[in-house]
Design a protein around this ligand. Structure first.
Ligand code: NAD
Length: 738
């Protein structure tokens, strides 16, 4: 029998070595071919008396198996059918349950649960020889084997990350994990989706053996030979969950009560996957495994058919991956070879950019006004590396090697061999003009020049350049080493090579890139200020500050807008208001919070967290809390709005400017608008992003709500005309179901 995705070699003892190796792919995943091949092999294995047992391994250096190919699950929502996705829930159940049935057949050897329990039958032994990461469906295959051997490498990730795209482990993970590791460990793994290393997995009972990498197959085979009759623990008589399980066990009752409450507190009811995982574990723990995996498949399909899950899969997996692979890279431009980057400015941003560039495998020459200032970039990286060394995550030698790749300087001549420039000096057009000229005088004429400006138009800055076609914007976010988004902004004259080089560089530092038009604030800074302003407007109206920030968290924002304003500094907000006013003159449109900013910063000295406090008080060693003085200066209204009203205002204060950006072409497609929102300012990930969310709400309902908010609170909530027209035409932002 021949297969597309695996090879089977059976030795003279009748032990088959099954090597999974998807042709043409860098990593093994469960795709339609592998599922078909594996099902075929399981049938043969179970039916062939000459075969006595099997070892399953991977032919990829990159790992064992990374889970399901999510394209296959149809993240292309609403209804966008990217890979032969079953169309009815009944078909989807059959497809989901198919994988479960196949793995169950492998572990039972095709015998009935009754006979296994009675001890009158057994399965052929199957061991997993895991040489690299096993995630999601990959780990679920490992769990369905009777014995699990993993290479001794702390970098190997074992886990079930499905929850991160709104799904649950649907290949038996919600059932086998608690039966191996206990409910608590299993719930942690599956509801948080964070992987663990082989030794932790062994300590939790998930795998049995951690051995040197070269020995995994031999050790797995040894076990198979020594154990000709295999039965999973849960198929044996008298099986009990480690640490207790089942509806009658007081330990599990207590666990589920606490776990449910905690899950809802963490997720604000926005992520049904978390609740369904716990439901699978609860319901599954009171029935035999054959019923339990049916329950799991039922919840899996329930999630898969929800628009939010489809949106999450589409944005957080499919579109994120294609953006990171350089989907927006102009075709036909040869790949750039960036070995050394010149970073101008060693301040907060320059130091962060230096760090991620070295982490991305490049060298950096970082230039500032004097040597001492330039050295700050080295100190910045050293601080990050020292922490990792202290935690045992990095060797001292590796840290030294990292720092040796940074050359701090105040001498422009040191830039003469760099392959790319990223400028992050003061946000002052004259300073920037000066460094552009000085830099271009020494660098090779083919080198691309990128500016990290946050407010100055790229086209204007490019006028200082001799080579405006090689000039581009690269807008990083602070702190650079933590924030996942990079906005790339071609100016009017930027050429294809500038964009291609920016994306090539991005691929090395592994951020999520979006390409944005050269307008004031680009994309993210067009949307975030109106959102923060809305929260401050509410403070002025007397809405309770805690209600405002909690409403935002209820929406799924990681932090409330008032707390965020404290972080991003009120004085910076005030400075921006003043500079925008000066620049735009009569064309300046008041935001309505100019007076609040002025009062907070200049009247009350409440400029934000780093200046000792803003809307919040930050007691040393204590928890932050709303500044008690706030209500003296902005008295609370007698009548407070409902939580839902506040949520709507805060949600639409983001949806409307995001829609405006899309309507105006600031951002060219819904995909980028969604990625930029989630990875740029933490827009509620469960929605799949603002454009996905507008589709979920429905354009007509979106326009109606926006109009009623505009009537109540002002024209800033008016939806863009283009969206009104789309609503009338019954259109959607993403392609509709066929
Ligand atoms: P910063 O003040 O921390 O650092 C600026 C650095 O530039 C300083 O070290 C300064 O000595 C150096 N510098 C000034 N003039 C110079 C000159 N003529 N030659 C060489 N070096 C010079 O500022 P920052 O926050 O790092 O911001 C830098 C740039 O990044 C600005 O354009 C800013 O708008 C942009 N930006 C900032 C953020 C942020 O959150 N801070 C985010 C995105 C973009």
């Amino acid at each position: 029998m021949s297969y597309k995705t695996l090879t089977v070699e059976t030795d003279s003892d009748g032990i088959s070595l099954v090597t999974i190796d998807l042709p043409g792919k860098s990593m093994n995943v469960w795709d339609a071919d592998l599922i078909a091949d594996f099902a075929k092999w399981v049938d043969e294995f179970v039916g062939d008396d000459a075969v006595k047992g099997a070892v399953i391994t991977s032919g990829k250096k990159s790992g064992f198996l990374a889970g399901a190919d999510l394209n296959m699950l149809g993240g292309g929502g609403p209804g966008e059918n990217k890979g032969g996705v079953p169309s009815t829930p009944a078909d989807q159940f059959e497809a989901a349950f198919g994988l479960n049935k196949m793995l169950r057949k492998l572990e039972t050897g095709g015998q009935s649960a009754k006979d296994l329990k009675k001890g009158t039958a057994h399965a052929k032994p199957v061991a997993a020889a895991v040489n690299g990461l096993a995630l999601g469906g990959g780990l679920e295959l490992v769990l369905a084997c009777h014995h699990r051997v993993v290479a001794d490498n702390p970098k190997i990730q074992l886990g079930v990350p499905e929850v991160q795209v709104g799904l649950l482990p649907g290949g038996g993970g919600t059932q086998r994990l608690p039966r191996l590791a206990g409910l608590q460990n299993a719930a942690m793994l599956a509801t948080q989706g964070k992987p663990i290393d082989p030794n932790t997995a062994k300590a939790q009972g998930i795998i049995q053996d951690v051995v040197p990498a070269g020995d995994v197959v031999a050790k797995a085979k040894e076990w198979v030979k020594a154990n000709p009759k295999a039965v999973q623990p849960w198929d044996k008589k008298g099986f009990k969950f480690p640490g207790g399980g089942g509806a009658m066990d007081p330990r599990s009752v207590q666990f589920f009560m606490a776990a449910n409450a905690m899950a809802q507190r963490e997720t604000n009811h926005n992520y049904p996957a978390v609740q369904y995982i716990l439901s699978c574990m609860y319901e599954g723990s009171i029935v035999p495994i054959d019923t339990a995996i049916r329950i799991e498949s039922k919840y899996f399909v329930k999630l898969l058919t929800s628009p939010q899950t489809r949106n999450m899969i589409r944005t957080l997996f499919i579109n994120k991956q294609s953006a990171e692979k350089g989907e927006q890279r102009p075709k036909g431009v040869p790949a750039s070879d960036i070995k050394t980057v010149g970073v101008l400015g060693a301040g907060l941003m320059g130091a962060g950019i230096t760090h991620v560039t070295v982490k991305g495998g490049m060298n950096v020459v970082v230039l500032d006004r004097d040597q001492e200032a330039a050295e700050k970039a080295v100190a910045y990286s050293k601080k990050i590396l020292d922490k990792r060394v202290a935690r045992g995550k990095l060797t001292k030698e590796a840290a030294e090697e990292f720092l040796a790749k940074i050359k701090p300087t105040a001498d422009y001549n040191d830039l003469k061999d760099v392959d790319l420039i990223i400028e992050a000096v003061f946000e002052d057009p004259d300073v920037k003009a000066d460094v552009i000229k000085k830099t271009e005088a020494v660098i090779r004429p083919d080198v691309i020049f990128a500016s990290n400006t946050s407010t100055l138009p790229i086209t204007g800055l490019a006028r200082n350049s001799e080579r405006p076609d090689q000039f581009i914007g690269m807008h990083f976010f602070s702190p650079v080493e933590k924030m996942p988004l990079l906005e790339i902004i071609p100016g009017k004259e930027s050429g294809d090579r500038a964009l291609a080089t920016a994306l090539d560089y991005n691929a090395k530092i592994r951020k999520t890139p979006i390409v944005v038009k050269d307008v004031r604030g680009f994309y993210t800074n067009r949307v975030v200020p109106p959102y923060l302003n809305e929260a401050m407007m509410m403070v002025k109206e007397g809405v309770k500050p805690a209600l405002i920030d909690n409403a935002a968290k209820g929406l799924g924002m990681p932090i409330g807008p008032l707390a965020l304003t404290d972080e991003t500094k009120l004085d910076l907000g005030l400075m921006l208001v003043r500079s925008t006013k000066k620049e735009l003159g009569d064309a300046y449109k008041p935001t309505g919070v100019e007076d609040l900013l002025e009062k907070m910063v200049e009247g009350l000295g409440r400029a934000g967290r780093v200046s000792g406090g803003g809307f919040y008080e930050y007691p040393e060693g204590g928890k932050k809390h709303i500044w008690p003085g706030l209500s003296e200066h902005f008295p609370l209204a007698d009548e407070q709005p409902s939580l839902e009203d506040v949520k709507d205002r805060l949600l639409y204060a983001q949806l409307i400017p995001a829609a405006q950006c899309y309507a105006e072409g600031v951002i060219s497609d819904p995909q980028s608008a969604d990625l930029g929102a989630i990875f740029g300012w933490g827009f509620a990930p469960w929605t799949g992003g603002p454009m996905s969310h507008i589709d979920t709400i429905g354009l007509e309902a979106f326009v109606r709500t926006a109009e009623s908010l505009a009537q109540k609170y002002g024209g800033r909530f008016n939806p863009p005309e283009e969206f009104r027209a789309m609503a009338k035409g019954g259109k959607t932002l993403y392609p509709k179901a066929a």
